[in-house]
Every structure is written in C-alpha cells, then in structure tokens.
Design a protein around this ligand. Structure first.
Ligand SMILES: [Zn+2]
Length: 567
C-alpha cells in the first residue's frame, strides 16, 4: 500500500490536511501516530504499545490513474512529529505539524542561489570562474559580462531564467527581510546576493536599452559553451554572448530593476537610481514592440505595475492598461469547443485555436491578473473586470481540472488537438487534457514550475477573493513538489526523502535546489528518474522552480519572523 503525504508537514491551522492512499488492499481506516510518544515500534526495554492519536475513515474514489483514498486528518493540530499508518503494516514518511513548516525551509533555496554564483568562488564547490565572459557571437567584440548566476544543472547564463532567481530573492526580501548576515554583515545576505546577480543583468543591457539573451547558451541552446574556462580573455575557450531579442526578457528585466530600485531606495540612492534608469531605458526600447502570447502580456503587466509603482509615470500607466487589455483579450469567458467542463482559460495567441500551456510560465497570467487587481482602483470598472477574470480562471478552469486526481494537482494542459500514439484524456466536447507535457517531438519537462507558478497565482487569488479553497489548492501544488506525489519523492534537495540525484553535471548536489519534477510517459502516467539515468527532463535543477518556491514561501510566511542564523 502507498501513503503519500507532504514531507514538510502542515501548519496547525491548515485546512485539508490530506494524505493520498492507494494499493491492492481495500482498507477502510487509517491511524496517525505521534512519534514523540516513543511507543511506536520502539525496540528494547522501553517498548510499549503504540498510541494512536488520530483515527479516520478512508474515502475511496476512482480516478484516471486508478482507485485512490483520501485520508483527512484536518482536525489534528497539535504540533509534533507524526506518521500515518495502515494498521501498523504500512507507514507514511514522518511529517511535522508546526507553524513554520515553510519558513524553516527558505534558507536552503537562498543558499542554492548563492552557490550558483558565476565569477565568484563558491565555497566547497568551485574557485572563481568564467572571468573571461564573453565575446559577442555576432561581432566578435569582447564585452565584460562576468558575474551573475549559473542556471540549472550547468554553467550557462540564460538571462530569462536567472532573472527569475533575482525576482525570487526580491520577493523574499520584500516580504520577510530575513535577518541573515552570514555572507554580508553590513547589508545582509539577500541584498548582497541581489547585487551580485544584478551586476550581470546590468552588463547585459545594450546602449539602446535591449537586454541580451544569454552568455554561454551555445548555438540554438546546445552545450558548446557549457564548460569551465581558463579565465583568460582572448583564448580559445572564451564563451559567447547571444544578443538576440526576447520580449519576456525585457519585461522580466524591467520588473526586476524596478523591484531592486524600490528595495534600495533608502539605503543606496545611487544604486537605486542606476536600476531605475536601466528599467526606464528598456521600457523606452519596448515602445514599438508588441506582445503576442499570454506569457508576454503577463510579464509586461507585472513589469509595468512595478515600474508604475516606482515612477508614477503616465506613459507607463497607459502602456500598463493596454497590456492588461491585451491579456484579458486572450481569455475565454464562455464554454467553447462543445463542452461545459471548463472556461476562463487563456488561448495560446489571438488565433484562439489552441490553449495556452507553458512548462515554466503557465501560472503567470493568473499572477499578473492578481497583481493588476492590486493596481486597479477600488470600485473601478477595471477592478471588476479583473475580479471576474480571476474568478473565471480559478473557479471555472483550475478547480475542475484539479478534481481529476486525488492529489488536486493541476494537470499540465488542455488541448484542442491530439497526437497519435499519445494519451489525451477526454475533458468534454472537443477538449482533451494531459497531466504531463506531451512527449512526442517535445522536451517533456517535469511540471514543477507549472505547479509552483500556479501556487503563487492561486495564493494571490485566494487572498484577493477571500477564498480559502483557492489557498488550499495553492498549497496542494506545493505539497506535490515536496513529496506528496505518486513517487513519494521530495523534489527539493535537502528536504524530505527519496530525492532524485540531480542532473547537475558540474556541481552535483546543492541543498535547496528543486528539480524539474515528475514528467509523463506517452501514456500520460508519472515518470521520475530515481535510477540516476541523468534524465534532465525530470531531475535537473532549474532556476524558475526555486524562484516560484521563494515567491510562494515568502508570501505564505508573511508576518512570521525568520530565525537569524547562529553565526
Ligand atoms: Zn561561472
């Protein structure tokens, strides 16, 4: 029998404390044991019978993956260390009930980012590296682009993804201001880390305001630059700068610079002005550029909300309102495709023939709508429109999808067309869904960023709509990542058990790194590389997961004090 539960545990007041149970025996009840009682399976002279502190009934139901039961122990709220057992024959992973289950994890993803520093020595990992970054692939000119962070399980510096690390750190500092002074006594660890990463992003901004695409990203993303170098400029192993354009990168950059300018405004006015001017230069560069996808519109909305908060500039406000309208224009408010199961989803583009799906940014439209709702004035037409859009997407789309499985994980995507040889599950009418990314002809990524970005969006939506069910649904996505999944695998190194060995070919294990997560087969059943086959699709660390986790965790822990470290 299998008992799946969030390895981190639960807070005393959490609603819907659930474990998911499946297997061959039709058991009807479960028990919870308090491990601090010392009775449980204690061997030796102290042995005594187990004390069951909670009992409950199992509610079985059929799902596409088979028959599953939910074990609901929501009333259990006493702090402690527990496990769930089925008649003392099958046990869950032990888990905590305590108020700081999330806040106590946040230092680990922070240190993961610190160890991904490029250009600096990372203690116990590597000496100073890539001091010869880099030469332009288009002109051959050398441009100092030393610094930043390595992305993922390699040494490449994708701006789109490593900017996410900065954004996650920004959220952590804004929401919680941890009293961490291990690496920087004067300014604190988070601010020092933000400055470290940002030197690279500022160097990647061209004179016309455009932010370049990557350093070391290779040719069309190959691994030709994914190596250590001799740190000497002008030698054969120097890496390349790719100066190509991406709308998402420009908006992410504006969002981050505006955030940093706000954070440093008081204590370092010079630096804050430098970041603000960088954001404004890219904003001017974007004056004649248009967005086409929900991802681009969403990042534009987030960026312009930040920039308008900072500057109050009416040009920014006008552009912001246009981008909000653009995002809303891609949302479907009716039941279409001859079905009544879902509505409120986003289309991939203005042709409106397929739905928006993204392994990295699927939750971004919801995050952007909620951020825009903070911007919109109370009682305004815009605020009402945004409220309606958020209600439709969460209650009309995400909620029905989450009921397809006992884990309440949001399936990866809904489709208007299927591919032969792969499983697409009927949703109703002419719509189909898959729990995991399609495999044929695609890089079938694990779904952690899909889930974690939705967790951030649902958390914001739950707060805005004052809907506790949405906040629970947000948490359920995080629980999947933290071990409450079909593989009983905690997908962050250093937390929980059964972690995959990461596809991290240069640095190996890094505490706080989150891997891509569970992907699917052609048959759309879960797949995770727990056999060290170095399958990057499921087991590679990636910056966006860490960012979304910090973003979620920071918001979730608002008002909690993070412990200073004892050194
Ligand atoms: Zn490096």
């Amino acid at each position: 029998m299998n008992i799946s539960v969030n390895h981190l545990g639960f807070r005393p007041d959490d609603q819907a404390k659930h474990a998911v149970i499946w297997g061959s025996e039709p058991l009807t009840s479960f028990q919870v044991i308090d491990l601090t009682d010392m009775g449980y399976n204690e061997i030796g002279p102290n042995a005594r019978p187990n004390t069951v502190c909670f009992r409950g009934e199992l509610c079985w139901a059929d799902y596409p993956w088979g028959r599953y039961a939910i074990a609901d122990f929501s009333p259990l709220s006493k702090p402690g260390l527990y496990l769930i057992t089925l008649d003392n024959r099958f046990n869950s992973v032990p888990f905590q009930i305590r108020s700081d289950v999330y806040s106590r994890t946040l230092r680990k993803p922070f240190e993961y980012i610190h160890l991904q520093r490029c250009g600096d020595a990372a203690a116990n990992y590597h000496d100073r590296c890539h001091l010869d970054d880099a030469r332009r692939r288009d002109t051959g000119e050398y441009v100092d682009t030393v610094g930043g962070w390595h992305d993922a399980g390699d040494l490449r510096k994708w701006v789109e993804h490593t900017l996410m690390l900065g954004i996650g750190l920004g959220r952590l500092e804004t929401e919680l201001e941890p009293a961490w002074r291990t690496f920087d006594l004067r300014e604190g660890d988070i601010r020092a880390e933000i400055r470290w990463g940002n030197q690279y992003f500022l160097k990647m901004q061209a004179a016309d305001g455009q932010v370049w695409h990557d350093v070391g990203g290779g040719v069309d993303g190959d691994n030709s630059d994914n190596h250590w170098t001799d740190n000497r400029i002008g030698t054969e192993d120097d890496r390349f700068i790719n100066t190509s354009y991406s709308a998402t990168i420009q908006w992410e950059f504006i969002s981050f610079q505006a955030q940093v300018a706000g954070l440093f405004g008081q204590e370092d006015a010079y630096y804050a002005r430098r970041c603000r001017e960088a954001a404004e230069a890219t904003f001017r560069f974007m004056a004649d550029k248009t967005n086409a996808t929900p991802k681009e519109f969403a990042w534009a909305v987030l960026a312009l909300c930040e920039l308008f908060d900072l500057t109050g500039d009416v040009t920014v406000r006008d552009r912001l309102e246009a981008e909000i309208a653009g995002l809303l224009s891609l949302q479907e408010t009716d039941y279409r495709f001859e079905q009544q199961a879902v509505r409120g989803f986003f289309y991939a583009d203005a042709r409106k023939t397929d739905l928006f799906r993204s392994a990295r940014d699927s939750g971004l439209p919801l995050i952007a709508l909620c951020r825009a709702a903070e911007y919109a004035a109370g009682g305004s037409v815009l605020k009402k429109k945004l409220r309606r859009a958020i209600e439709l997407y969460t209650r009309g789309y995400l909620m029905p999808l989450s009921r397809t499985n006992p884990f309440a994980m949001i399936p990866y995507g809904v489709y208007t067309a299927t591919v032969p040889g792969e499983t697409y599950r009927p949703l109703g009418g002419k719509l189909f869904y898959r729990f995991f990314v399609e495999v044929k002809g695609k890089c079938a990524f694990g779904v952690n960023s899909h889930l974690l970005s939705h967790a951030v969006g649902l958390q914001a939506a739950g707060t805005f709509l004052e809907d506790a069910d949405l906040r629970v649904l947000a948490r359920r996505q995080v629980e999947w990542v933290m071990g409450g999944n079909t593989e009983h695998s905690c997908l962050m190194s250093g937390e929980g058990i059964n972690n995959p060995y990461p596809h991290s070919r240069f640095l190996g294990l890094i505490q706080g790194g989150i891997v891509n997560g569970i992907a699917g087969t052609e048959e759309d059943v879960p797949f995770l590389d727990l056999d060290t086959t170095m399958d990057w699709r499921t087991a590679e660390y990636w910056s966006p997961h860490v960012s979304f986790y910090l973003w979620y965790g920071s918001r979730e822990c608002r008002g909690l004090r993070l412990d200073p470290l004892p050194y």
